[in-house]
Design a protein around this ligand. Sequence first.
Ligand code: NAP
Ligand code: MG
Length: 491
Amino acid sequence: MTAATDTRDLIASVPTDLFIDGEWVPAASGRRCDVINPATEAVIASIADGGPQDAVRAIDVAAVTQHSWAQTAPRARSEILRRAYELMMDRQEQLATIITAEMGKPLAEARGEVTYAAEFFRWFSEEAVRIGGDATLSGDGNTRIIVTKAPVGPCVLVTPWNFPLAMGTRKIGPAIAAGCTMVFKPAHLTPLSSFALADILTEAGLPAGVLNVVCSSDPGSVVEPWMRSGKARKVSFTGSTAVGVRLLEQASEHVMRSSMELGGNAPFIVFDDADLDVAVEGAMVAKLRNMGEACTAANRMFVQRGVAEEFARRLAARMSELVVGDGMTDGTQVGPMIEPKAVDKVTSLVADATGRGARVVCGGEPLESAGYFYAPTVLTDVDPASDLMSQEIFGPVAPIIPFDDEEQVVRLANDTPWGLVGYAFTQDVERAFRLQESIEVGMLGINTGLVSNPAAPFGGIKESGLGREGGRTGIEEFLELRYLAMPRTRR
Ligand code: NAP
Ligand code: MG
């Protein structure tokens, strides 16, 4: 068999229906929609296209299952997660192939995503048995104050297409650990890895009804009935700020707990005392990981004037050598954009920047081939008024803006409503600590282009979101406090 037929057989083995109450079922409407490989434009699967009726069934099941699921022993939930972690790692190659086929990232990056995704299950398997509480006395010594933690209840989970497997496990892991049931809507452009994950969790022993998965080409028609049902107690969303704001409005109706991982506009700052090799390496990761289609992608590269030319030259040399192509092919380093619209957006952002005087050092245009490709691009002399300074580029374009001193660059970096992540390169330790206080972000990388880590609290401030995923606080998003007051009698 050839690699291509292997891949076809593998994709054909992934379920394509809705997963409700432990069973794969077609949409009530009978409708289906296509999943497309963005590197080849080929249809790779046809999935059940869920709607309001399916949504109502799924949330009803999650609500009915909540009580028994919350009664399970923490160790039992922990072991399900641990087994699922092991199954994911055993099937790393298959899962990576599914991700690359539906989303486009190079296989090497897809393998990395599988590991990252699985690590959330391992991490939360360890957290499940460490859900603490508190016991104390009131100040006057007359009342016992006993605080316990309970699962928040049925959760609505909604994830984007860019890390189709990891964005799911980052929510499903802590929900399982905490004892919450779920209705989950993955992005309809990249649903297959989530369907494969549902199968893995079933094999790992997750009871029917705990996780229910409904995908739809009309996401609001599924998510809004969940939000308005009065049965879901929490929403955890990763995606754009615009959709996040809408879900927060809907969450207000029944006062749902809300976790939001939204857009970013990451500043990437290189000071003239930085090790330029380290800074260029960091830029390659922060800019090109996931083809630049990451909320954590470096969006604005501020480089101190004395080293700006040199940095741009070295970065362009590295970026123009990259092999762009089908992520399934050995040696590919940069895959396609997710859809034609994404290529159009990057094209118009670059046109706007060059229209305002930016210089193209390398790239600067889409590739003329099948698939949705855009060439890795470096722009210098970017006017800070350019659209790509205030919008997420979500593509392999590095705009370089020179700056003069720390005070100025901090002001520029903070001049955005977003505050997800920032990166700074400097060998001055004092400055590194100053930046942690002055740059308005939830996460800061110093001399690194990568901050994501299951053991760390991922999330943003300002309009980048609410709450944190992963780390020691990740499970708290799925728990609520119950306080018991009891008079203390003294003999
Ligand atoms: P998006 O359009 O907001 O989509 C995210 C999810 O919301 C998808 O499942 C989408 O479904 C669904 N959705 C869309 N419209 C909806 C509606 N009216 N009601 C309910 N759900 C709806 O975001 P995207 O463009 O796919 O993804 C890129 C965005 O995600 C960027 O802004 C990026 O920064 C952000 N992101 C943030 C993080 C983080 O952790 N902070 C991580 C990754 C990505 P369909 O896709 O099926 O339409
Ligand atoms: Mg979208």
